[in-house]
Design a protein around this ligand. Structure first.
Ligand code: GAL
Length: 431
């Protein structure tokens, strides 16, 4: 609108003096005017208007992820060893084990489902691993009341050297729409010399044009700071390299949590920082570490994309993945990621403002031995990025998320012991 006014205003101003001239004079005056600064303004207005029109047309699907997406993805557990039977088994498990009721929706096949392109450039699924085809698999997932997701790459080849999407965006988007794809994870391997903003925007527009609403999950590992530009492109963007199923070593849970705390202010409904898929229940984490990992992802308002074997997991792991109170913190409609409130005696205290004036608080012991929490809630917590202060008084109930019990109120200080690599995760509710 504003662009339109600017354009019309500048154009009228520029041509106003020519209106009373005979045609031949008007023509030479026009050529003369082209070199004048006023006309440069005119050109500028034309360009700005064109960009405005283009950007109002080019947009992601709206409101597909008001809260962080929840689902399962094949990569962390299966890597390339996928086939349609395995994916179906995961859909069966999610539909029947309580995960669906807890809010998990998407079953996403990661890399290695694709094998080649046909003579017209359309992507072909590996017929050995997916003999029934992707549409049949999507139909199966949908028949379980779930949604279906797929993976490709903005580069020439995927990370496992399958055909990538570069140059084939419209055809791929068309296939996805025909198959019933609801979620696309789009990687960044083999993209040398390409611009991430151009590649991802091209795919966004192709998806939009194909007409089927698709959550667009960017996966360029934070290399070109997607938190600064991708909120108009996708619903989530990977902000770091690949997660490892480790707690404090390598690129594990703690490392990613620390990296994410630096960009927490960019998290918001329909535009989430993605600290990568969950390793909850995978081999390299103890059960305590899995619970801490899940807690921190909920505190960050991160997408909850499980990455373990849903059909064989122990009940304790299922209990972590389906804890209602923890998920409610993750799915809180404000979409604000936690910030560090205080640090003392080996305990970090993180706080996440929730809708309705409530709070989630996580006492994190990342150290190698037990530590003691001794915390007076009646203080002010200042959000360092939004420069906002929250003052807690004594009128909140304190509920232990994992212990599922009341810990009294904020009227009294809280004292507790937190084991190594563990958390005490509480919700403060205004009484
Ligand atoms: C990586 C991506 C992983 C997984 C893998 C598949 O680039 O970060 O999550 O998708 O590619 O090859």
């Amino acid at each position: 609108m504003l662009c339109g006014f600017l354009f019309v205003g500048t154009a009228l101003k520029a041509i106003a003096p020519m209106q009373s001239l005979p045609p031949e004079q008007a023509c030479s005056s026009f050529l003369y005017l082209l070199q004048k600064p006023t006309m440069r303004k005119f050109y500028l207005a034309v360009i700005v208007t064109a960009l405005c029109i283009a950007s109002s047309y080019a947009q992601k699907f709206t409101n597909l992820a008001p809260t962080p997406p929840m689902g399962w993805n094949s990569w962390n557990f299966y890597n390339c060893n996928i086939n349609e039977e395995k994916i179906k088994r995961m859909a069966d498990a999610m539909a029947t084990n309580g995960m669906k009721e807890a809010g998990y929706q998407y079953i996403v096949i990661d890399d290695c489902w694709q094998i080649a392109r046909d003579k017209d450039g359309y992507i072909i699924a590996d017929p050995k691993k997916f003999p029934s085809g992707i549409k049949a698999l999507a139909d199966y997932v949908h028949s379980k009341g779930l949604k279906f997701g797929i993976y490709s790459c903005a580069g020439r080849l995927t990370c496992q050297k399958r055909p990538g999407g570069a140059g084939y965006e419209a055809k791929d988007a068309q296939s996805y729409a025909e198959w019933g794809v609801d979620y696309l994870k789009y990687d960044w391997c083999n993209s040398e010399g390409m611009s991430s903003q151009v590649q991802y925007s091209t795919m966004r527009d192709a998806l939009h044009k194909a007409g089927r609403p698709v959550i667009f999950s960017l996966c360029e590992w934070g290399q070109t700071k997607p938190w600064l530009w991708a909120d108009s492109v996708g619903q989530l963007w990977r902000a770091t390299g690949d997660i490892q199923d480790r707690f404090e070593i390598g690129h594990g849970v703690m490392k990613i949590f620390d990296e994410m705390s630096l960009i927490r202010q960019y998290n918001k409904p329909n535009a989430f920082n993605d600290p990568d898929m969950l390793e909850v229940g995978n081999m390299g984490l103890t059960e305590t570490e899995s619970r801490t990992h899940f807690t921190l992802w909920c505190m960050m308002a991160a997408p909850l994309i499980a990455g373990n074997n849903l059909a064989t997991m122990k009940k304790d792991i299922l209990d972590i993945l389906t804890n209602k109170a923890a998920i409610a913190v993750d799915q809180d409609k404000l979409g604000i990621a936690c910030f560090l409130w205080s640090k003392a005696n080996g305990i970090e205290t993180w706080i996440k403002p929730l809708a309705d004036g409530n709070y989630a608080v996580c006492f994190l012991n990342r150290g190698g031995s037990a530590a003691t929490v001794n915390f007076n809630f009646q203080q002010t917590a200042t959000d360092p990025d939004f420069h906002k202060s929250y003052t807690i008084d004594g009128s909140y109930s304190v509920t232990d998320v994992w212990g599922n019990q009341s810990l009294g109120t904020t009227a009294k200080p809280l004292t507790a012991t937190v084991k190594k690599h563990d958390v005490l995760f509480v919700v403060l509710k205004k009484k």
